[in-house]
Design a protein around this ligand. Structure first.
Ligand SMILES: [Zn+2]
Ligand SMILES: [Zn+2]
Length: 288
């Protein structure tokens, strides 16, 4: 690639909205979540796993038409003074940092709870298509919260001179893991904790704790500027994969398991309904 082409490609990447995991990663998390459900809840998804995967990236597309969609995918901890200081209550959070900063710094934990509400309603309607659609959308936001760089204002490394680290971690490494290794999340049965409505804040703390190591490893792997030779580029990816590949896999495992936990939460709140007897065969799915 010429230098001009490189610059154009970099500019095009920079113009893309922040979209975690790439479509591949979101699909893996959504399909993995179904495998982590106990049999009674998994019955709702038994012929609709394709639908579960197909809608898992829809919220990224919504950013194009809805200006308030973008901040639903992240939460910067810095305005709150760290991940341990983010209030559970949305109004309290808004009051703490002011409405403008609240809007700009992201709302992913509250978005997850709002999506649990939607899924609870869907279970109550007894409509499997709606259940699977809402579960798929929920999976997107849960997966986004497992991306460490979605919890910091330095989301693309610009504050530390590491521009593009966002894509390198959640796309570059995911593509290598999925396409070259054929990796899929391991099955980890979901457990509904005692206070599931507080779980996203625990995930936020855990995810944020990975930020410093991720940035350190990106520097340690030393990606040269775009015009550097292929050998340097290859050396970077080998080193970055060795250092951060295990974290990418673990965060995808957690994205699947934690999505399943939130599905269980909604299903339990709806009274653990059984799917209707006339369950779709999966052949003629309505588009949405
Ligand atoms: Zn997203
Ligand atoms: Zn992202």
């Amino acid at each position: 690639m010429t230098r001009i082409a490189c610059l154009l490609a970099t500019a095009a990447l920079a113009a893309l909205p922040v979209s975690a995991w790439s479509d591949q990663g979101h699909r893996l998390a959504a399909r993995g979540a179904v495998k982590d459900l106990p049999p009674d809840a998994a019955m709702w998804f038994r012929t609709l796993e394709g639908r579960m995967a197909d809608h898992a990236s829809d919220p990224d597309a919504w950013k194009v038409t809805d200006p308030s969609e973008h901040p639903r995918h992240h939460l910067d901890c810095e305005p709150y003074g760290g991940p341990g200081n983010v209030p559970l209550d949305e109004d309290a959070a808004r009051n703490q940092v002011g409405p403008d900063r609240f809007q700009a710094s992201g709302q992913v934990p509250w978005t997850i709870l709002a999506r649990v509400e939607e899924l609870t309603r869907a279970f109550s309607t007894q409509d499997p298509y709606e259940v699977v659609f809402q579960a798929s959308i929920l999976s997107h936001y849960v997966a986004d919260l497992q991306v460490p760089l979605h919890t910091t204002a330095n989301h693309n490394g610009d504050e530390t001179g590491q521009h593009g680290v966002h894509h390198r971690w959640e796309r570059g490494l995911v593509e290598r893991i999925v396409e070259r290794e054929g990796w899929v999340p391991e099955v980890r049965p979901a457990v509904l904790g005692p206070e599931p409505a507080k779980a996203p804040w625990a995930w936020l703390r855990q995810s944020h704790n990975l930020v410093a190591g991720l940035l350190r490893d990106d520097l340690g792997a030393r990606l040269g500027p775009p015009e550097k030779g292929q050998a340097e580029q290859d050396a970077y990816w080998t080193a970055f994969m060795e250092l951060q590949g295990p974290h990418v896999k673990e965060q995808l495992n957690l994205a699947a398991q934690r999505t399943a936990e939130m599905i269980l939460y909604a299903w339990t709140r709806a009274g653990k309904p059984r799917p209707p007897v006339a369950y779709p065969t999966g052949s003629a799915q309505p588009s949405r």
